[in-house]
Design a protein around this ligand. Structure first.
Ligand code: NDP
Length: 448
């Protein structure tokens, strides 16, 4: 049996009931096969792949907090410190009822390669909790965040592990966590990113993932003789990544006609009104029905009632920006039938393995999340740099660096794919380019 297959079987056996983690490992190892087989003896002797798929440390803890009725609630807290070969662990904190150890491990594993691709010195980690901030008062969210950090603060620090936002963790949650960290340690340091601008946050961090997704998509299209301007774009999600993807796509001359949330989706043939979307989602924290109610050109579709999603809408470019496995094989077939030319992942692993394969075989340009959404973590690393030198850069400076990083990422993965005879396979290119740097650093640092 080949080394890749052996290690994948070991992952499934040793990590039962973690399908998302298995999926992420399979996707990466499959596309690394050509590199691994060329160096099999050395990698096998050093158990390099076994070390790569095994987190350096997994922290699981209880998070007790008191709700507004005086009732004690208990959630599960997680932090997986996956790989620190090229820098301190870096990765977000997801707050969502679906969070479990397997989800955090899949996200942490992906983060290793994403962070490597940015070219910045950051290792891979991820964390979170099954706490649901939706419908909670600010006081309840603060109680949860303070309890979460009261345990987690022992394991994080500006030079060891620097968490950030993710689904359910926005500026409010990061603020409460930072305040509690500072209170417990007495340290005013860059231990979390995504902070508010008055206490060490970076300009353009809020926009970074969505903007970065478009900078990379624009470059991918350009290098394939196409232009983003004038294209019709379908976006899923209506959170942080989706909102700023819509905004930048429209600034670049595309028309975005869909957004979604977990209950429904909007089709707006006139183009999504970003100001209204922000008002509904960022200010009112309301459902998309409110967007439809305020805009006559918008149609609202209830996912459960109709059994449909936004991928049935005809588009040139599809940008999944909500959550994992939200674009399956049937969706991919519909997109191809409707003439889609490019799919770039704003979310982490939103496309299933079968759908990815189908899109690639159908000649669709496909860029995986670990490259396409790396703008968020890259700008987080720029926030760390600003915190270390106690300076703040302008919006234009950060945005300019972000754009350079995204364009470089595309060229790195394109070159890696070409080098291994996989021209146009950007999934393989991203995994290979991300892996080689980490593997070299792990080898240089000995068996640790
Ligand atoms: P937000 O919480 O801001 O928004 C998430 C959006 O996705 C919401 O519209 C939400 O709808 C929808 N959504 C969440 N879970 C589901 C689900 N199970 N089914 C359908 N829709 C769902 O998160 P972000 O925008 O920050 O993150 C979106 C994705 O991007 C995630 O995969 C995240 O890991 C990834 N990402 C985020 C980065 C960042 O900088 N924020 C960086 C890199 C990747 P509803 O409100 O109804 O729940």
């Amino acid at each position: 049996m080949s080394y890749v297959d052996e290690v994948f079987d070991m992952v499934v056996e040793k990590n039962p009931v973690q399908p998302e983690f298995h999926q992420a490992v399979k996707e990466v190892l499959e596309s690394l096969r050509v590199v691994i087989e060329a160096n099999e003896e050395a990698y096998r002797k050093d158990a390099l792949l076994e070390r790569l798929v095994t987190p350096e440390r997994q922290i699981l803890f209880r998070v007790p907090w008191v709700d507004d009725k005086g009732q004690v609630q208990v959630n599960n807290g997680f932090r997986v410190q996956f790989n620190s070969a090229i820098g301190p662990y870096k990765g977000g904190l997801r707050l969502h009822p679906s969070v479990n150890l397997g989800i955090i491990k899949f996200l942490g594993f992906e983060q290793i390669f994403k962070n490597s691709l940015t070219g910045l010195p950051i290792g891979g980690g991820k964390g979170g909790s099954d706490f649901d901030p939706k419908g909670k008062s600010d006081r309840e969210v603060m109680a949860f965040c303070q309890s979460f950090i009261t345990e987690l603060y022992k394991y994080i620090g500006a030079d060891t592990d620097v968490p950030a936002g993710d689904i359910g963790t926005g500026a409010r949650e990061i603020g409460y966590m930072y305040g509690q960290y500072k209170r417990l340690t007495g340290l005013y340091e860059g231990v979390l990113t995504g902070k508010g601008l008055t206490y060490g946050g970076s300009l353009a961090r809020t926009e970074a993932t969505g903007y970065g997704l478009l900078y990379l998509t624009e470059e991918m299209l350009k290098c394939n003789g196409k232009d983003i301007a004038g294209k019709t774009v379908a976006v899923s999600g209506s959170g942080n990544v989706a909102i700023y993807a819509v905004q930048k796509a429209q600034q670049l001359g595309a028309k975005v006609v869909t957004v979604s949330d977990s209950t429904g989706w909007i089709y707006d043939p006139e183009g999504i009104d970003v100001a209204l979307l922000k008002e509904v989602k960022e200010v009112k924290r309301a459902r998309l029905t409110e967007y439809a109610a305020a805009r006559s050109s918008a149609q609202y579709h209830d996912k459960a009632l109709e059994g449909t999603n936004q991928w049935i809408v005809k588009c040139d470019v599809a940008l999944p920006c909500a959550t994992q496995n939200e674009l399956g094989l049937e969706d991919a077939k519909t997109l191809v039938e409707n003439g889609v030319i490019a799919v770039a992942e704003g979310a982490n692993m939103p496309t299933t393995l079968e759908a990815t394969k189908y899109l690639q075989e159908s000649g669709v340009l496909f860029c995986p999340g670990k490259a396409a959404n790396a703008g968020g973590v890259a700008t987080s690393a720029l926030e760390m740099s600003q915190n270390s030198e106690r300076l703040s850069w302008t919006f234009e400076e950060v945005d300019g660096k972000l754009k350079d990083i995204m364009v470089n990422i595309f060229h790195n993965l394109d070159a890696a794919a070409k080098k291994y005879g996989l021209d146009g396979d950007y999934v393989a290119g991203a995994n290979i380019a991300g892996f080689l740097k980490v593997a070299e650093a792990m080898t240089a640092q000995g068996i640790v």
